[in-house]
Design a protein around this ligand. Structure first.
Ligand code: PGA
Length: 241
């Protein structure tokens, strides 16, 4: 696990953007695994700036996002599709209709949707770099702390702590969807390269546990210790607590 401790959120975002940009530069038709949440927003802004300046081309890039609330309409401003359009896809020269993929929060058959998503990732050649955040409880995607973790992409319930954490984006905790579709641990671990962004004191404990090398399903991020190409980019607040 490679670790970069950056001074602040802005530096973390710039560093992470440079890592993702290097993958796109080396392989213009690469497959990006993307994440939502407040942490990667600064990185997406920087990637869009590089695109605007003509330094980075997304015309052949394909993306697969980690997760989506379920059920939720794509047009709902709380959906992760809406978030990705607003924070990245509408600001870069990506082929949004054909090359950006999220789990469909409107799918009638959630299990079929999830199985098809794993197949589509494989058919695209697998994920070249997966961007991850980390929940206050150590979740990655919506793989929540639990005795068993699930390999394939699947429908899952959200823990109380995640509903509470995500309620800041909603009028109240009652409005946070109680379920989601999420990439399972298998497609995440199969990504050729992983970059995790970690910002703020609230992530200190789970970050330090992951960096300690321990592996426990009670902190799903610790399983990244089993992957051989993980780059963690954090800020000093997350690192020092
Ligand atoms: P955050 O979420 O970036 O909004 O803190 C991270 C996550 O839950 O994975």
């Amino acid at each position: 696990m490679k670790l970069y401790v950056c001074k602040n959120y802005d530096e973390m975002s710039a560093k992470a953007a440079s890592v993702v940009a290097s993958v796109i530069t080396l392989k213009p038709d690469c497959v990006l695994g993307l994440a939502t949440g407040s942490t990667p927003v600064g990185m997406y802004t920087k990637l869009a700036e590089m695109n605007k300046e003509g330094k980075l081309d997304f015309s052949e890039v394909k993306t697969y996002n980690l997760d989506e609330y379920y059920p939720i309409k794509a047009s709902d401003p709380q959906s992760y599709r809406y978030f990705m359009d607003k924070n990245l896809f509408d600001n870069i020269n990506i082929d949004k209709a054909n090359n950006t993929h999220l789990l469909n929060g409107e799918a009638a058959d959630a299990d079929a949707e999830c199985a098809a998503y794993d197949k589509a990732i494989e058919a695209a050649g697998g994920i070249d770099i997966q961007v991850l955040g980390i929940g206050n409880n150590g979740h990655i995607g919506f793989n929540e702390p639990s005795d068993p973790l699930v390999g394939p992409t699947h429908k899952t319930g959200l823990t109380e702590s995640t509903i509470e954490a995500n309620s800041r984006f909603f009028a109240s905790a009652d409005e946070v969807p109680k379920h989601a579709l999420t990439m399972g641990m298998a497609p995440i671990m199969k990504a050729r390269k992983i970059i995790m962004l970690v910002s703020g004191k609230g992530k200190h404990a789970v970050l330090r546990e992951m960096l300690s090398g321990v592996i426990t399903t009670k902190n799903p991020a610790t399983l990244l210790n089993l992957h051989d190409d993980v780059t963690v980019v954090c800020d000093e607040e997350a690192y020092n607590g």
